[in-house]
Ligand binder design. Structure first.
Ligand code: SAM
Length: 209
């Protein structure tokens, strides 16, 4: 693999690698995210499902602290800042684009590290985890540990709608958790006592409105 590198959103659009009307481009522009990481020819950036699900959670939960695991471009951290979180921690193995996007605009702790060591990063009101597809199963095996690092709600990307069935055994008999679908993606939403109604309400908005 060529070393991952930060590239400008404007260059991706100009060179025809990304449509200016793609959800990733539109969301990035709206949030002021100008750099994305490029891995070989693959680009990681914010998707519509995780952005909408997280935005609804942030608006209802109003967290003071926020942890962005596998943070990529930093778009989810920026969204949390816009929604009022002030203690924001970002973790990724390749934070170069996030540093360019966020360092001068918001107060944030950017940590270059393996996000699977999440027990090291303290407890936060809201946690989001947007892992690469190949790490979803590894992360889901550690749902018990993930419960230790959030105080209110935790949102985890668990793959496309058509992959849900194959992961269903992870979720059998789980309490204080809901599976939520948005824009073709699926998410596990974990909550602590007092936040069940908010999660149910967010699910209703995303799936039925
Ligand atoms: C789906 S992308 C996240 C996109 C991000 N939410 C955004 O808005 O740009 C997955 C991210 O996981 C990162 N990554 C892969 N393995 C990792 C690991 N073990 N620890 C931390 N980050 C990792 C990649 O660098 C990539 O940024």
């Amino acid at each position: 693999m060529v070393k991952p590198r930060p590239v400008r959103l404007s260059w991706l659009i100009k060179s025809g690698r990304l449509s200016e009307l793609s959800p990733t481009a539109l969301i990035s522009e709206k949030l002021g995210i100008r750099w994305l990481m490029m891995f070989d020819e693959y680009i990681y950036g914010p998707g519509p499902g995780i952005i909408e699900a997280l935005d609804l959670i942030l608006k209802h939960v109003k967290p003071k602290s926020f942890l962005d695991l596998f943070g990529g471009s930093g778009a989810l951290s920026k969204l949390a800042y816009i929604r009022g979180a002030r203690k924001i921690t970002y973790v990724d193995l390749y934070p170069e684009a996030a540093i360019l996007n966020l360092k001068r605009t918001i107060k944030i702790e950017i940590i270059k590290a393996d996000a699977m060591n999440f027990l090291r990063f303290g407890q936060h009101d809201v946690v989001v985890a947007d892992p690469p597809r190949e790490m979803i199963d590894e992360l889901l095996k550690r749902i018990g540990d993930l419960r230790k690092i959030f105080r209110k709600v935790c949102l985890i990307w668990i793959g496309d709608v058509d992959e849900l069935e194959k992961r269903s055994f992870f979720f059998r008999n789980r309490r204080m958790m809901e599976i939520v679908r948005a824009w073709g993606d699926c998410f596990a939403v974990l909550w602590k006592p007092g936040f069940k109604d908010i999660v149910k309400h967010v699910k209703e908005i995303l799936e039925y409105s």
